[in-house]
Design a protein around this ligand. Structure first.
Ligand SMILES: Nc1ncnc2c1ncn2[C@@H]1O[C@H](COP(=O)(O)OP(=O)(O)OP(=O)(O)O)[C@@H](O)[C@H]1O
Ligand SMILES: [Mg+2]
Length: 153
């Protein structure tokens, strides 16, 4: 069974056919690139895969289950993540906090825990923070980055 499967996907924007009967599959452990000229439809593929756009026809399966028509957060919770062509960081948050946002699907404590800062919520946050690894080996502590992108007071 393919890990990820696109089957006959067609996406239209008015009269423009961005994707026409696109099919491909990716097996577990494969690393695959998607290349093509500007306007070929690459971003549209990612938008369909992640539920941002809805395909007019076709099917998308992840681990054998149809994810077409599911909402982005539902697809994300199944393990399909993406980055965007134009990134938008939360400017009031530190670099580590921005990285932690991407891990929210791995956390269990909800809004109530976050508001009241319960012991279990703080513990989970510490685990999440510690799981963030510095990309620079000689800067081992994520704490180093904590204040780097704060706007000047
Ligand atoms: N929301 C939209 N509304 C209308 N047309 C769109 C929309 N999104 C994409 N298109 C059109 O669909 C086609 C494919 O666009 P897409 O952005 O997927 O291409 P791309 O391969 O990612 O291009 P690039 O290399 O420039 O990022 C283009 O003709 C684009 O203008
Ligand atoms: Mg693109």
């Amino acid at each position: 069974m393919a890990h990820l499967e696109l089957d006959n996907i067609t996406v239209r924007f008015g009269g423009l056919v961005a994707l026409s009967k696109l099919s491909f599959s990716i097996n577990s452990g494969e690393i695959v690139g998607l290349i093509g000229p500007n306007g070929a439809g690459k971003t549209t593929v990612f938008n369909v895969l992640t539920g941002v756009y809805k395909a007019g026809s076709g099917e998308v399966r992840f681990e054998g289950e149809s994810i077409l028509g599911k909402r982005p957060h539902e697809i994300f919770s199944k393990g399909v993540a993406r980055t965007f062509q134009n990134i938008r960081l939360f400017s009031a948050m530190t670099a580590v906090e921005n990285a932690m946002v991407a891990r929210h699907c791995r956390s269990k404590k909800g809004v109530v825990g976050a508001i009241f800062r319960t012991i279990s919520q703080r513990k989970e946050e510490r685990v999440c923070n510690g799981a963030w690894k510095s990309p620079v080996p000689w800067l081992p502590s994520p704490r180093y980055f904590c204040w780097t992108n704060r706007p000047p007071a």
